[in-house]
Design a protein. Structure first.
Length: 188
């Protein structure tokens, strides 16, 4: 008789992520993850004493997946526009995961942490270089774009609007270019 397959902590985390992606965070439970793995609850409980511990690791894995997803290279668009469009597409394709990450009081970074970092911020630095903005100006432009992108993504994740890539491309371009124009106009 062959030995039983061992269930690793990573396998449990990945199964938890699969449950959240397919069914939503409200269905993340020890029993549901065990069913996803095709095992008893014992291996799940061996690695996680509580479902909250499991939820934290699933959230961390979701953050990693989301980051990789939105920075996937896109040769058709400007890099900043591409990230915004991928963020919106993520919300459309991964509704449950988006709501788990951004609408469950678990978002680890605060808005000011994302927006108003120094000129070495990986989102701010390209704006400084590409649009000829100061770090403060670039942070202001990025904040306007992020608020628009996140709002559109949230509406999509909650089935309040339909996905239309061309519409979102125009919207983000108008918001971004308009904001840069206003910022540069203020300084003249």
């Amino acid at each position: 008789m062959p030995p039983k397959a061992k269930i690793s902590k990573d396998m449990v985390t990945q199964a938890g992520l699969a449950v959240v992606r397919a069914e939503g965070a409200e269905n993340l439970s020890v029993r549901r993850v065990a069913a996803e793995l095709g095992c008893s609850t014992q291996p799940v409980m061996y690695h996680y004493r509580t479902v909250d511990e499991l939820r934290e690791d699933v959230y961390s894995e979701a953050e990693r997946y989301h980051s990789e997803y939105i920075v996937t290279p896109d040769k058709e668009h400007d890099p900043m526009l591409a990230i915004g469009l991928r963020y919106i597409l993520f919300a459309y394709e991964e509704k449950h995961l988006f709501r788990f990450m951004f609408e469950s009081d678990r978002f680890h970074a605060g808005f000011s942490d994302v927006m108003y970092a120094d000129g070495n911020n990986p989102m701010i630095k390209p704006l400084c270089e590409g649009a000829g903005l100061t770090p403060d100006q670039a942070a202001e432009a990025f904040a306007a774009l992020f608020i628009c992108v996140h709002g559109a993504a949230s509406l999509l994740a909650n089935n309040s609007i339909e996905y239309d890539e061309k519409y979102f491309e125009r919207l983000l371009t108008n918001i971004f270019m308009g904001t840069i124009g206003m910022i540069k106009g203020e300084d003249q």
